[in-house]
Write a protein that binds this ligand. Sequence first.
Ligand code: NAD
Length: 338
Amino acid sequence: QKLGVALVGLGRYASGQLAPALQETKVCRLAGIVTGTPRKEKEWARKYDISETNIYNYDNYDQIAENEDIDIIYVVLPNSMHAEYTIRAAEAGKHVISEKPMATSVQDCQRMIDACRAAGRKLSIGYRLHFEPHNRELMRLGRNEVLGPVRKMSGAHSFPLNDPSAWRLDKELAGGGPLMDVGIYVIQASIYTLGKLPTSVRAWDETKDPEQFPEVEGTIRWELYFPEGVVLHGSSSYEDSGNNFRMEATDGWAELSPAYSYSGIEGESSNGPIRFPQVNQQALQMDDFARCILEDEPSIVPGEMGKRDMIIMEAIYESAQKGRKVDLVFEDGFIDPF
Ligand code: NAD
């Protein structure tokens, strides 16, 4: 019997990636939907054979508590809505996956963690690249010092947004700009490659056309400082294109380009090409969470990791705004299990 997943928010990521991935999962399946758009109820019910009793809207969402077909709620709404819908899911007794960024403040991340803990339910974040073989190879090369100790890292994740009406430009809904949306992957890559937490950060808002970005940054650049002088040079933009990550170690180097895509990730290193089979990242991510629930094991991408990244992103914004370095404090020293 596969665990039942209900997707909340049937936008581009849910319809283009998660629902198709749930046709390939082995430990969980698409069992329900939560949508504010009646037209989508019918479309999805037909396309994915979802029973009428497993279709909810934002008004009757909490009644999902009584539905034994639904084990996992996957929140795929705009960023600032993740907290509320995660907390209500936990209160309904469900395990939760929240999309990245986990929330729009560290405080909300903590509330989500607390709600899931109080309900005795598991919480994980949609960090699909932890299940992607080329990125896993970076973790292996970096953490095991296969090319010697890592000294320097760099990465960019950017795309031209070109849509003035997008919620991604609305600070209230998005929390921030490209940093929160896609720059987060560069931060993630630096920590899972090095296997250490940064100690401070310096950042610069380098928005090229401020008129297009009245609420969130259009372009941002940052440096994360790690122990022993290791530095990450990161950047993220809605005014540019970029999708890469590189690490330099004392005896060699490795890079991925593209590094963060749903498919087509590949890389090179001083030891030769980095080539692995393409996988369905979202299917592996969701199956692993279902397995963690069944075996009562911790997720490798838990809420604490989402909070860790939120602490870093808040410090990046603070640094850009104040024009000085900001120290990072992680009370629980959490990195991530390899
Ligand atoms: P989207 O705009 O395509 O979908 C958002 C959905 O939320 C829509 O169905 C919309 O109707 C619904 N919604 C409910 N209330 C809304 C409101 N007040 N304003 C706007 N929309 C509202 O966005 P998306 O690209 O699917 O992103 C959704 C979430 O998924 C975001 O948090 C995003 O960061 C995340 N995401 C993750 C990945 C990944 O690779 N892990 C990729 C894309 C998006």
